[in-house]
Design a protein around this ligand. Structure first.
Ligand SMILES: NC(=O)c1ccc[n+]([C@@H]2O[C@H](COP(=O)([O-])OP(=O)(O)OC[C@H]3O[C@@H](n4cnc5c(N)ncnc54)[C@H](O)[C@@H]3O)[C@@H](O)[C@H]2O)c1
Length: 308
């Protein structure tokens, strides 16, 4: 790609820009933030690492959208993050206004871009972006499932003492305490995980995955996770830029899939150069269906609070 813009030059945004540049996923990576000097300083600092890290992607920081004009892809990380004791939903009112203003800018400067939303509460912010941008569902996706799945895989790899590379898994549903790790599709090099680990230990891992974000917030105290979240966003970008047709769990706008419509929810998606190319409907156990229903309900309630 010629140009990818990351909106929000905080922890997640700046790390995302750095990862995008190091992987040379675009000739130009633009970093936009409202705080004067921050995107310019971080962008320049990252560009100065290029001769050492050997990349030619030019990172440019800006407080406006002139430099972002014509971007083929945006990663939106603008907004406030959680502090200890806060849920993602506590961020709703502040972040609706921020994401709405970002969507208005994208509509003006790059109306045909693909947008990956990271700001929380994730599924609701995706809704705000899609509504304000007026884009088809192929071009608005949310990053959460990739992160939740990475956490689940990391915990499983620890428990089993095997390589993370050999753990295949998928976490669906909303990005909150109601997320749904699919145990029935969790395998270790094709071996069902239930053959390798006791149910009790698996339940603990599922629980830790659901609280994975809060665990990091409790350690950091002044902010939330950003290394794994930025890696998640970049994995989605890479699938799109390289037209890889990867199957990743992403927040997508449902039009009847899994029995839901009019909400964003984490489901298995095929990502390629057109953005969302397909939603895969897989069979779920009755427990997983119930859990997904609970998750969908909590997203519906969150979206119902939004006044655009
Ligand atoms: N989806 C996920 O899995 C996931 C994971 C981690 C964080 N998050 C969310 O991502 C968001 C960013 O997290 P962070 O840790 O980078 O926070 P941060 O506070 O470090 O950075 C946020 C940045 O957004 C900027 N900003 C605010 N309003 C803006 C606007 N209108 N335009 C441009 N920039 C604006 C701020 O100045 C700040 O630099 C939060 O909402 C957080 O909850 C989501």
């Amino acid at each position: 790609m010629n140009k990818i813009t990351v909106v929000g030059a905080g922890n997640v945004g700046a790390t995302t820009a750095q990862r995008l540049a190091e992987k040379e996923l675009a000739k130009q990576v633009v970093l936009v933030d409202i705080v004067e000097g921050i995107p310019q300083g971080k962008g320049l600092d990252q560009w100065e690492s290029a001769p050492i890290e050997d990349f030619d992607s030019r990172v440019i920081g800006s407080n406006g959208y002139a430099e972002a004009s014509g971007s083929e892809l945006f990663v939106v990380t603008a907004g406030v993050a959680r502090r200890p004791g806060m849920s993602r939903e506590d961020l709703l009112n502040t972040n609706v206004n921020i994401v709405k203003s970002v969507a208005q800018e994208i509509r003006k400067c790059a109306p045909n871009a693909i947008v990956i939303v990271v700001s929380n509460p994730l599924d609701t912010m995706c809704y705000v972006m899609k509504e304000v941008l007026g884009a088809p569902r192929e071009r608005v996706l949310g990053m959460a499932g990739v992160l939740d799945t990475a956490r689940y895989r990391a915990f499983l790899a620890d428990a089993l003492d095997v390589s993370v590379e050999d753990i295949q898994a998928m976490v669906l549903g909303g990005h909150g305490d109601t997320m749904v790790p699919l145990i029935s599709y969790t395998t270790v090099s094709g071996i069902p995980v239930t053959q390798l680990i006791k149910q009790e230990q698996l339940d603990k891992i599922v629980d830790r995955t659901r609280n994975g974000g809060a665990e990091i917030v409790a350690y950091l105290k002044t902010g939330s996770a950003y290394y794994a979240p930025s890696a998640g966003a970049v994995q989605m970008v890479e699938a799109i830029v390289r037209d890889k047709k990867r199957i990743l769990p992403c927040a997508a706008w449902l039009e009847g899939e899994y029995g839901y419509r009019g909400i964003f929810l984490g489901v298995p998606c095929k990502l390629g150069s057109r953005g969302l190319e397909q939603i895969l409907e897989v069979e779920l156990t009755s427990n997983e269906k119930v859990a997904l229903g609970k998750s969908a309900k909590s997203v519906q309630e969150s979206i119902a609070q939004v006044k655009l």
